[in-house]
Design a protein around this ligand. Sequence first.
Ligand SMILES: *[C@@H]1O[C@H](CO)[C@@H](O)[C@H](O)[C@H]1NC(C)=O
Ligand SMILES: *[C@@H]1O[C@H](CO)[C@@H](O)[C@H](O)[C@H]1NC(C)=O
Ligand SMILES: *[C@@H]1O[C@H](CO)[C@@H](O)[C@H](O)[C@H]1NC(C)=O
Ligand SMILES: *[C@@H]1O[C@H](CO)[C@@H](O)[C@H](O)[C@H]1NC(C)=O
Ligand SMILES: *[C@@H]1O[C@H](CO)[C@@H](O)[C@H](O)[C@H]1NC(C)=O
Ligand SMILES: *[C@@H]1O[C@H](CO)[C@@H](O)[C@H](O)[C@H]1NC(C)=O
Length: 937
Amino acid sequence: MAKADMDTLQLACIQIAIALLLLTQAKSTTEDTSAVRPNNTVPSCIAGERSALLAFRAGLSDPTNLLPSWKGDDCCRWKGVYCSNRTSHVVRLDLRGPGYRTGNESRQVLAGNISSSLLGLHHLRYLDLSYNRFDKMQIPEFMGSLHQLRYLDLSWSQFIGRIPPQLGNLSNLQYLNLDTISYVSVDSSFHRGTYSTDITWLSRLTSLEHLDMTGVNLSTIVHWLRVVNMLPTLKVLRLIHCQLRISPDSLDISSNGFYGPFPDAIGNMTSIVELDLSDNNLVGMIPFNMKNLCNLETLDFSVNNINGSIAELFHRLPSCSRNNLQWLSLHHNNLTGSLPTTAVERLSNLSWLDLHHNKLTGHVPVWIGELKQLMMLDLSYNNLDGVIHEGHLSRLDMLEELRLSDNSIAITVSPTWVPPFSLGTIELRSCQLGPKFPMWLRWQTHVMSLDISNTSINDIIPDWFWTAASSVMSLNIRNNQITGFLPSTMEFMRAKQMDFSSNQLGGPIPKLPITLTNLDLSRNNLVGPLPLDFGAPGLENLFLYNNMISGAIPSSLCKLRSLQSLDLSRNNLNGPITDCPVNESSTNMTDLSIVNLSFGNNNLSGEFPSLLQKCPRLIFLDLGHNQFSGALPAWIGEKLSSLSFLRLRSNMFHGQIPVELTKLVNLQYLDLAYNNISGCIPRSIVNCTGMIQKGDNSDELLYGFTSGTRLFPENELVDNADSVTVLTKGQERLYTGGIIDMVNLDLSCNSLTGEIPEEISTLMELKNLNLSWNNFNGKIPENVGALMQVESLDLSHNDLSGEIPSSLSALTSLSCLNLSYNNLRGRIPTGNQLQTLEDPTYIYIGNPGLCGPLSVNCSSQPEPIPGENHGDASGDLVSFFLAMGSGYVMGLWVVFCTFLFKRRWRVSWYSLCDSLYDWVYVQVAVTWTSFRAEING
Ligand SMILES: *[C@@H]1O[C@H](CO)[C@@H](O)[C@H](O)[C@H]1NC(C)=O
Ligand SMILES: *[C@@H]1O[C@H](CO)[C@@H](O)[C@H](O)[C@H]1NC(C)=O
Ligand SMILES: *[C@@H]1O[C@H](CO)[C@@H](O)[C@H](O)[C@H]1NC(C)=O
Ligand SMILES: *[C@@H]1O[C@H](CO)[C@@H](O)[C@H](O)[C@H]1NC(C)=O
Ligand SMILES: *[C@@H]1O[C@H](CO)[C@@H](O)[C@H](O)[C@H]1NC(C)=O
Ligand SMILES: *[C@@H]1O[C@H](CO)[C@@H](O)[C@H](O)[C@H]1NC(C)=O
């Protein structure tokens, strides 16, 4: 019985299958009949189209995992596939990937090949393959045969190569988006994007309304405008970053690279609604006949080279019975002159006005305040001046973004003024807002980005400010004279980055917002200990230098697992640095991420911190000017293998330079001056290739530095102004510093003995070599002239004997030389750079055996008496400092050496005994801290 039942069942199944087969065949042959379906709102798939879709999927590089919903018979139910309700044909294929613009992370990224089986979808009207990864693939030519297409979006899918002219066969096309970008991919191969050398095919797309060819290289096409003008219904034209240029229509001068002015033809695009030609090479003034573009709503000519007066440009904007223009973006051009003083009628509907980075001068006219639809106003980076008052702002109810940074504008409003708007972005850097704290900010409680740095505020920070600013993500009030305390409620703010540096904030550091990643509180008057709980576990950069913070360094630092840059220099911190607590339940004792660490200029004590063994990524370490003692540990060489900059200056370290230190192959900056280090210079110093060749890790260095310093990239301007004045032998000079290029070996003022190893002359990149105030004996290395980069060489106050090597005269970069107070004898070499050094007397003084270009006649020179006349101060620190303190006894020569860097940066350095000159030291700002703060390149 079971058997019979089974047979019947099988038979039924087969019959159904055959019926289905016939049904689908019938469907595919009678395309436009809907009668075969039970109701005409739920289409079911046509077999031929189903196989076309499956073949398309099979062409993808990972067919099994991509498009997982593509199974089952009814392809009309597959994700992204849409069939006609009437005919069941696939009419729409929406396979847009999860681009950041779409915000749709659930979508798949398609990759691999686009199969021509898509041609089986004869009724396809809509095809969206954007935001996928068809890299290293050209747009397939067969797409030109999808004749029914109305909508084609291939943007952001990493196509390369020529745009196929076959697309010109898509005569029904209304929307075409070929937006591509050139980029450098993960394997660092340059992705060259798409190009076209002939776009005449476009003129056949006579139904086209929307054309976006952003990023397509059109640099060889001169008459693109003529082609575009043949599209009678074009509403949206986006040719952003296409390397466009224009030549006058009559001549073809494409070959000579001439970038012509705007041709009049642009005024013939009367149907245009959005015109975006930003980021090209367009030159000159926009043509006068743009007046006629009455449908224009969006005009973006930013990042070109449009020049001429802004008043003239405004005059040429569309002038019609109805003002449609809403969006005007002209930033990064060369527009000059003042904004016109009378209201510009044609701008009355503007909601977006972006003129930043031009050369505008004069006042901001009051009619700006009549643009009642205005949501975004950006006039920053111009040369505007004058006052903005309530009349400019009181009617701008819709305003969301106000950007006026880097002009000479004063914003003067009554302290009781209540603005009509609620801004999300306020950028007023370097405007004049002070001296009183701007009260109107009180009403701006939805701000995300607030920059009032360098705005001459000289006032106490009001309590309401912290409430108003509680939702701000990026907060910058640096470089004012703001007093007051940070609030205890700071932890309830939501900022990611905060810059309060260079003010006069006092009080302790409260618990920080949990969201905070970057905090700069440097150059204030903060007191008290560091918080036991910072409260911001994601902190990456923390700058607290130049304050009066006291107490010990808390172990809570160990909880900041993301911390990359920490600068606590120039405070009153004391005590030893304790190691991170082991096996604390809440923390996972993996390594710390710190790259830059500065504890310089405090009163810290104890041994070289063993905590540093957990910092394998460390590149910069400054412990200078503290009370650290003990020997330098041998583990430095192993645990800190990335170290490039080590500054231990002015501590009480003793013992030998561990030979393991020379395992730091990247070490390019070693400063052990003013300690009590004894023994010899290890010959393996030549293993520090950082002093021999540059370049291997310079990217890393730059990253290490800049990641920490550029909390707010726009601070560059302010920091450049932060340059310092140094007294150099009575002359004032201006220096700013960049440490990345600094290659330095400073072992001065220690108790080192033995000969200066001949190997030292292989450290070819050295810019500063200072071995003064030690007990070195023997001869100056014969080959010292090989140090071609050296700008300052100080071997003074040692026990060096013999003759000065003549190779010295080959040091063409030398600007500071000091060989005084040794036991040198013989003739002083002459020639080249040596002739140009200032005040040669002091270079050689205290070497009675020397003769030459100075006064002493060589033939009458007596033999020197060994041991006499060298300044042996390093043996007895006390007498040394006494001697120093009593002024310029011993003919002490103080040099402030100048280092000329490859970049635009210069740095000041000085060679001797800086403890005497702390007042200079502070101004010179030679610690890494200040270097760091001043590097922005
Ligand atoms: C179409 O038919 C299905 C199944 O027969 C039914 O569930 C559905 O409600 C119908 N749709 C309409 C719009 O009538
Ligand atoms: C098919 O019908 C459904 C339901 O009425 C509707 O949502 C859908 O937009 C229609 N599809 C097309 C392509 O017209
Ligand atoms: C603009 O259009 C007018 C009228 O169609 C035509 O006479 C003129 O030549 C066109 N100008 C340009 C520069 O294409
Ligand atoms: C900007 O305009 C000025 C004056 O019109 C001109 O001298 C200068 O060359 C222009 N700059 C650029 C980059 O075109
Ligand atoms: C420590 O952290 C690592 C990586 O974050 C993790 O894999 C590991 O399980 C953690 N160990 C403990 C004991 O929490
Ligand atoms: C210095 O480098 C040489 C050659 O690579 C190596 O043999 C030597 O052990 C190194 N010295 C130190 C102290 O690491």
